[in-house]
Write a protein that binds this ligand. Structure first.
Ligand code: ADP
Ligand code: ADP
Length: 226
């Protein structure tokens, strides 16, 4: 079952009079429930592609189809609805608010849902999520006092708080030591076991090979899907 279809996707960045062709006419399918790696050298377009799949960056041309809906025909409001409904995004630098507690960081997406989530429900949900990622003892700790691995756990909890079908992760183990990286991957693997689709960028060969499929990029093109 196909959950995302990328069709002849192209992305050109314009900076002044310079053009960078970051993604050059890419087509592929993402299957529901798979663990998919995007690999390739620095600058080959991995982050741009992840951002296009996650409806954060609009392609210059081509189309993304999610659950049989053509996203290019959507107005911004509908795009945003799909982005929030389908995707949880774990970015490279965690993008957490340092002065907020773990609880407050994870609560943020719940405060911006179309239907208000009552406080008691938020409390229960966040405490369950923290148990799932193994960080319940830090619920009231400020993020600035946490280690890299603990921050990544918070970032995962925040990404899945709205129960998205698809989890996007830009080098989820990149800044972590190998033992911590493995712990983080165990948490992400458990989400795949629960039926989530995981798309991750990685430079780690072992991690890429542990995925169901690997899309190799070079200069904005797919060289191989293995
Ligand atoms: P990767 O994630 O593989 O390192 P990126 O998607 O970040 O690749 O970048 C692909 C190319 O697009 C690079 O040449 C990069 O400099 C360029 N690029 C990425 N983002 C922007 C941007 N916001 N504006 C201009 N150029 C960009
Ligand atoms: P990565 O290698 O993981 O893609 P980068 O350091 O290349 O990370 O990019 C980090 C951020 O900077 C991204 O949001 C990307 O869009 C932006 N960026 C990358 N290259 C450029 C560029 N040449 N001009 C403007 N923004 C860029």
């Amino acid at each position: 079952e196909v959950i995302i279809k990328a069709m002849e996707v192209k992305k050109e960045y314009l900076t002044g009079k310079n053009k960078t062709l970051a993604i050059n006419n890419i087509s592929f399918d993402v299957f529901k429930g798979e663990k998919l790696a995007i690999t390739g050298p620095s600058g080959c377009g991995k982050t741009t592609l992840l951002n296009i799949l996650g409806l954060i960056v609009k392609p210059t041309s081509g189309n993304i189809i999610i659950d049989s809906k053509e996203i290019s025909s959507f107005k911004e409001r509908e795009r945003a609805r799909y982005r929030n409904k389908y995707f949880g995004y774990i970015v490279q630098d965690f993008a957490l608010i340092e002065e907020f507690t773990v609880y407050e960081n994870i609560e943020i997406p719940l405060l911006y849902t179309s239907e208000k989530v009552p406080r008691s429900r938020r409390r229960k949900l966040i405490s369950e999520l923290l148990t799932q990622v193994g960080l319940e003892v830090k619920i009231n700790e400020k993020v600035k006092n946490l280690s890299g691995g603990q921050r990544q756990r918070v970032a995962i909890a925040r990404a899945i708080v709205n129960d998205p079908e698809i989890i996007l992760a830009d080098e989820p183990t990149g800044s972590l030591d190998s033992k911590t990286g493995e712990e983080i991957m165990t948490i992400l693997d458990n989400l795949v076991q629960l039926g989530k689709t995981l798309i991750l960028i990685t430079h780690d060969n072992g991690l890429a090979q542990s995925c169901d499929r690997q899309i190799k990029l070079l200069d904005g093109k797919i060289t191989e899907i293995i």
